[in-house]
Each structure stands twice: as structure tokens, then as C-alpha cells.
Ligand binder design. Structure first.
Ligand code: ZN
Ligand code: ZN
Ligand code: ZN
Length: 490
């Protein structure tokens, strides 16, 4: 059974380490290698075929790691209900509610398998199962703020980590470590449920377990192979809590988004990351100026570009790609070459500032600038901004008819406190994986859309506003209301 997830939903809502509800029950989404790109995967998917090339994101945010997008059913020519991203059943403990058919007259909490499939140990031997309810995954899981997630260790919790005395005699079906009695009395709260071991009679109250800290198993289920057993290291520095698996704070994704806003941002731009093309440019530059690195020499003439085309041929760059370069105008190529070796701002904050500058430039000159002729795909297109006066202020409104964004899910946090405030000391767990060549890949999505950029006209506007009478009055009022008197607003 499958669930349709759009690539954007995968990045914004789900992603590796999330629990998703399928018609057959909840499953866990593993990292991209296990879920999609593992060797001998059914569709022969290779992560490099799904790369999103974005140098600013890779260098500025991801420490040189790369970005992959999700394949879609339609591009692989698959039926809509075919599974592409493989998942694993989670949690593994289930609840069977057929208490009328159980000799114990209780519900059964079980992690029992028959031929690899979860099955209630009692109901599985009942000949006519037509009137029986199917067991369903238990709604509780164990979570810690270091990002670990596991089944609740029900058996160990009931026995306080000791072995079962096995003093009670039980029916054959319950002679295993994977079946417990789920005894619910009248009432809907968790405290009306007792969980009992049928073999020794030890029991715990669910309500009391729920409010207690438990030992963390230090499991990252998203890193495990789909067929591998759970890997539990028991070396976590913090305690875990029992949570409902559908709680929103069980997995809070961390997403970084950048705009592709270079003035001549064309699809050729991404070719500047192709190692053979980089080599061809370097050879060309070296022939122009052996000390090109120091002098920041650029390729600027048609003659130099012809030399670059020849070098690409020598280095076996695909003829299709060479043609793309040759089809481009001299002006566009010179602007493109200007981007080569340009330092990329490091850190999210500087990248956002960089974007703001490009947007500001676009609102003045338009993007690409009007003189620019390009045959290749333009990823950022804006008209010059128009001025509007509202009250005392002039705004510049710039329509952006084409805009590409790149969003990457860099990781997630698990918050086990259960309160509404995000627990800031939760550890970030990365959602990347390493391929066989040691390259790190993060899941991402690229979007093409449109937008409006609005800014105040002129440079001094903001400081005029901030030093204006309105702000002074607001600060004065605020100051009078501040009882500490230690805040200096001058
Ligand atoms: Zn049953
Ligand atoms: Zn026991
Ligand atoms: Zn932990």
C-alpha cells in the first residue's frame, strides 16, 4: 500500500525519520540511500541522476554536500500507486482489540511475527478470522531530545529490566516474550489501562508510564537497513519519554531555502560545477595568464571562448553540452565566466544578504538586464521596479515573473517535552546520507514560480523612519512601561 507524497511535501513535512500513516499502518521513512538509491534498487535509480546543482546552497550552507530531489512516479513511467520510496513498519508493537475472542478477555499488546508479518499470537490460530479486527500499531513510541526514536520497551518496563519469573501457567499462544495483556477498565484516560505480563503477573499503569522518564535505547531507525534488525546502542546521554506517534513535535524539520537570483542565472550556470568544464576553464585561463588566480583574470573575448570550446572537446565534454555553450551570446558567456571562481558567501545569513542585493539590483536594472540576449533557460526574470507613494513613503514594487527556489531539509529535531514551546536544546539530526564515493547528499526540492519584491525607495528611508517621531513616541511609551529601568533606548 502506498501514500502519495509530493516532492515538496516530503521536504516540508516528512523526510527521513518521519512516521507516515499508510493504509496498512504506520511506517518509518529511512534515509535516501536505504529508501531510494541502494545498490540493486528495483528501478535502477542513481542519486547523481537526481542531483539539484546549487553551488550557493552546497558551498554556503551544506559544507560542500550535494542535494538530491525525489523521483516522481510519472517521470519513471510508473503507475501512480507504485512504491518508489521504500519504508519500514514502525512501531513494531501492535494492539489486538479482539478481547472477546481472547481467552484472557483482555486486549493483547504484541510484537509477534508469523512468516515476517505481524500477527496477534492468539487470533492467528483462530480458524475463522472473518469477524476479527486486524491488530493495529500501538500509538505510543519512545523519543528523546537527542533525536532517538524507538518502540516503547514494554517488556522491560513491566519487568523493570529483570527477567520474567514465569511462575504463572499460560496458554501456549502466550508463551513468548512478545505478548502482554492490555487491560482497560471503564474510562478513556491512559490511567485506566494496565499492562500486564501473563507469565508472572507483573504490571504497570499506562498513565504512570506515560509521565515517567525511561531509558533511551539510542536508536536512529532511519539509518537502519530495511531488513536489518533494530540497532540499539543504549549509550544515550539523556532519558527518553513515551509520546504519541502522531504528535507534531515528535519531528520538527529544519529547512533552508535560497532563491536562485544571480543576474545571469541560466541553466549553464550549473555547468560551472561540472569538473571537466571547470578544468577546461582553468586551462583556458592559464593560457591567457599563468597567474590568473592572483590577477583574478576572466575570459572576456570570443577568441578566448573559442579556445575554451576546444579545451572542452579535448576533455571529452559531451557535444550536447558544448553546443549549449556555443549557442549562447558572447555577452551572456562573459557574464557567466564572471561567475566562475566567484567566492560564495558562507553561512545562511550572508547568502540571504546576497539575495537581497541581487533583488535590489533587479528592481533597479531588471533581470536579466535589458541588453542581455540569452538562448538558454533563464531562471530569474524581473522587470524594473515601479514607484508607489503611500503616505510619506515611496515604495518600489518589482514584479518577478520567474523565480527559482531551492529548499533543502538539513535535518530534524525531536522534542519530547510535550509542551507547546519548542525545546531549544534538542539536537539536530542530519537527514543526509553518504554515497559509495563518500559524497554527502541532502534531500531537497527546487521550485519555479513568481513573486513580488517590495522595498522602500532610497537608502536613508529606514533610518528616517527609525529616527522619526512615531518611533520616538513608541519607544518613550515602551520605556515608561518597562519597570526594570535598566534598558537604555537612547
Ligand atoms: Zn487477537
Ligand atoms: Zn513476566
Ligand atoms: Zn536518546
Amino acid at each position: 500500500m502506498t501514500q502519495k507524497i509530493r516532492p515538496s511535501q516530503f521536504i516540508t513535512t516528512y523526510g527521513p525519520g518521519s512516521i507516515i500513516e499508510l493504509p496498512d499502518g504506520p511506517v518509518l521513512i529511512p534515509l535516501g540511500d536505504e529508501g531510494l538509491f541502494l545498490e540493486n534498487n528495483p528501478y535502477g535509480l542513481k542519486v547523481s541522476d537526481f542531483a539539484i546543482n546549487d553551488q550557493r546552497m552546497s558551498k554556503g550552507v551544506l559544507k560542500e554536500a550535494k542535494i538530491f530531489r525525489l523521483p516522481t512516479n510519472s517521470e519513471l513511467g510508473l503507475e501512480n500507486d507504485a512504491t518508489i520510496y521504500r519504508t519500514k513498519k514502525f512501531p513494531e508493537w501492535n494492539l489486538c482489540l479482539n478481547s472477546d475472542y481472547h481467552p484472557t478477555r483482555t486486549d493483547i499488546l504484541y510484537n509477534f511475527k508469523e512468516r515476517g508479518q505481524s500477527a496477534c499470537p492468539i487470533c492467528r490460530v483462530i480458524p475463522d478470522t472473518s469477524r476479527l479486527l486486524k491488530g493495529s500499531a500501538i500509538r505510543f513510541v519512545s523519543v528523546c531530545k537527542n533525536g532517538h526514536l524507538d518502540d516503547v520497551p514494554w517488556y522491560d518496563l513491566i519487568h523493570h529490566g529483570t527477567t520474567c519469573s514465569e511462575t504463572n501457567s499460560v496458554i501456549n499462544e502466550l508463551k513468548n516474550k512478545n505478548s502482554l495483556l492490555w487491560k482497560t477498565s471503564a474510562g478513556t484516560g491512559l490511567r485506566y489501562t494496565e499492562i500486564e505480563c501473563p507469565r508472572c503477573g507483573k504490571s504497570e499503569n499506562l498513565g504512570s508510564l506515560y509521565s515517567r522518564e525511561i531509558n533511551c535505547t539510542a536508536r536512529f531507525p532511519e539509518t537502519e537497513g530495511l531488513k536489518e534488525p533494530p540497532s540499539r546502542k543504549f549509550d544515550c546521554s539523556v532519558k527518553a519519554n513515551i509520546m504519541q506517534r502522531q504528535a507534531a513535535n515528535i519531528r520538527i524539520p529544519e529547512i533552508k531555502t535560497l532563491l536562485s537570483v544571480q543576474s545571469v542565472m541560466m541553466d549553464l550556470n550549473s555547468q560551472l560545477q561540472n569538473p571537466s568544464i571547470v578544468a577546461a576553464i582553468k586551462i583556458t585561463l592559464k593560457s591567457i595568464d599563468p597567474e590568473w588566480k592572483i590577477h583574478k583574470t576572466k575570459i572576456t573575448t570570443q577568441e578566448q571562448l573559442d579556445d575554451f570550446f576546444d579545451n572542452m572537446e579535448t576533455l571529452d565534454v559531451a557535444p550536447k553540452i558544448i553546443k549549449k555553450f556555443k549557442d549562447e551570446s558572447l555577452e551572456a558567456l562573459v557574464q557567466l565566466m564572471d561567475d566562475f571562481n566567484k567566492p560564495i558567501p558562507v553561512g545562511y545569513h550572508d547568502l540571504i544578504l546576497d539575495e537581497f542585493n541581487e533583488l535590489r539590483k533587479a528592481s533597479i536594472y531588471g533581470a536579466p538586464p535589458s541588453a542581455h540576449q540569452s538562448k538558454s533557460k533563464i531562471l530569474f526574470k524581473a522587470e524594473k521596479g515601479k514607484r508607489f507613494v503611500i503616505g510619506k513613503n515611496t515604495f518600489v514594487v518589482t514584479p518577478i515573473s520567474k523565480l527559482q527556489t531551492i529548499s533543502v531539509q538539513t535535518g530534524f529535531k525531536r522534542d519530547d517535552t510535550g509542551d507547546d514551546l519548542l525545546q531549544s536544546d534538542s539536537e539536530l539530526v542530519k537527514t543526509s546520507f553518504f554515497d559509495d564515493a563518500g559524497t554527502e547528499w541532502y534531500p531537497g526540492v527546487s521550485y519555479t514560480g513568481e513573486g513580488i519584491f517590495i522595498r522602500l525607495d532610497g537608502d536613508g528611508v529606514l533610518s528616517d523612519i527609525l529616527n522619526g517621531d512615531d518611533v520616538k513616541q513608541w519607544l518613550k511609551t515602551h520605556h515608561e512601561e518597562t519597570t526594570s529601568g535598566e534598558v537604555d533606548y537612547t
